[in-house]
Design a protein around this ligand. Structure first.
Ligand SMILES: Cc1ncc(COP(=O)(O)O)c(C=O)c1O
Length: 361
């Protein structure tokens, strides 16, 4: 057998939510299957993005713009950030990988919460970083303990805000306290994948912190509220130094032509974003009420998903729901065997979810 790099030997590959097609193949289910396992937008993609794709699909014989000029221009206008301070990747997961690729030497310490978005752990292992995992406190980042863990070997700190899988946020005051504790030679990654679902005065304005701190990178994605997970586009804001470093280690043409066109158009789709936000808020309220009726505990969320806790191994609930055509997400790899992470769906999907849960439990 050909020997793997040492760092790679023990990596457990990322396990995404099961695709609908796979469940149909495995179980031969006839009724409509609903997928509430990957925090996608249940309303579908931004219509403006779809229209833009239809208009430009003929040009795919041409390589994409390697610099994503128009997408960066649009982002620059929307967020009031110069294009040189913007980077775009094939999903925000690519940007996470690039940060590690550019900065992590084997043995560098990477501070993250446990659990937090699983790709942080995987990227850390791929590049031989030493993972410093700080357990969550009351399902939220334990900011004080994270700050105490910083030392001269620390290279990167990653905060998902809100956290995947618990859905809790770091509040303004704690965020501001924390960024002052992070030395300038340590990169602070603030992953705001679900940002657009939050309208709350306590949610930090991370972009403001870029003015004072060259070592912060903020990540956003088109995969969630814009409904474009299938196109794989994420973007980051940071200092020109960090943006230039990421450029050095990425592959050319990392964001395809169609993805650039669609996401540029989606940035104008305020109506769709608003509709998606409202659907999520209404779904959250409905699910909170119904989960309480079912006597199920859950963690109140700021994202488009809810972590639901069971008295038994959640795998059993997952399998029973899947047999009834509802795909949920176990999060064993996050160390939470009794919980399922459930995406908030359309009103019909949420109703069906509750009916299925009622039958199972
Ligand atoms: C916190 C967090 N960051 C990043 C991502 C990945 O986003 P993308 O589709 O842009 O790679 C996810 C996806 O579930 C996530 O939960």
């Amino acid at each position: 057998m050909i020997e793997l790099r040492n760092f790679v030997k023990n990596i457990r590959p990322y396990k995404p939510g099961k695709p609908i097609e796979e469940v149909v193949r495995e179980l031969g289910i006839k009724e409509e299957i609903i997928k509430l396992s990957s925090n996608e937008n249940p309303l579908g993609p931004s219509p403006k993005a779809v229209q833009a794709i239809k208009e430009k699909i003929e040009n795919i014989n041409i390589y994409p713009d390697d610099n994503c000029f128009y997408l960066k221009k649009k982002l620059s206008e929307k967020f009031n950030i110069p294009p040189n301070n913007i980077t775009v990747g094939s999903g925000s997961v690519e940007l996470i990988e690039l940060i590690f690729k550019a900065y992590v030497n084997p043995g560098d310490e990477i501070i993250m919460s446990d659990p937090s978005f699983i790709m942080y752990k995987i990227a850390c292992h791929i590049f031989g970083g030493k993972r410093i995992a700080i357990p969550l406190k009351d399902h939220a980042h334990d900011i004080e303990t994270m700050a105490k863990a910083i030392n001269r070997r620390t290279k990167i700190i990653i905060l998902d805000n809100p956290i995947n899988p618990t859905g809790t946020i770091i509040r303004n005051d704690k965020f501001n306290y924390f960024i002052e504790k992070v030395p300038e030679n340590v990169i602070l990654v603030v992953d705001e994948a679900y940002k657009e679902y939050i309208e709350n005065e306590n949610y930090p304005n991370a972009i403001d912190s870029l003015k004072k701190h060259e070592n912060i990178i903020i990540l956003h994605t088109f995969s969630k509220i814009y409904g474009l997970a299938g196109l794989r586009v994420g973007y980051g804001f940071s200092s020109t130094n960090i943006i230039a470093a990421l450029m050095k280690v990425r592959l050319p043409f990392n964001v395809n032509r169609i993805a650039q066109i669609a996401t540029t158009a989606a940035l104008d789709d305020d109506e769709f974003v608003k509709k998606s936000y409202k659907n999520n808020e209404a779904g959250k309220e409905f699910l909170y009420k119904e989960l309480k009726r079912l006597n199920l505990k859950y963690t109140p969320t700021y994202g488009n998903f809810i972590l639901v806790h069971f008295e038994c191994e959640a795998k059993n609930v997952f399998q029973a729901a899947q047999k009834r055509g509802v795909i949920l997400r176990t999060i064993l790899e996050y160390g939470l065997p009794n919980s399922l992470r459930i995406t908030i769906g359309t009103p019909q999907q949420n109703k069906r979810l509750i009916e299925v849960l009622r039958k199972i439990i």
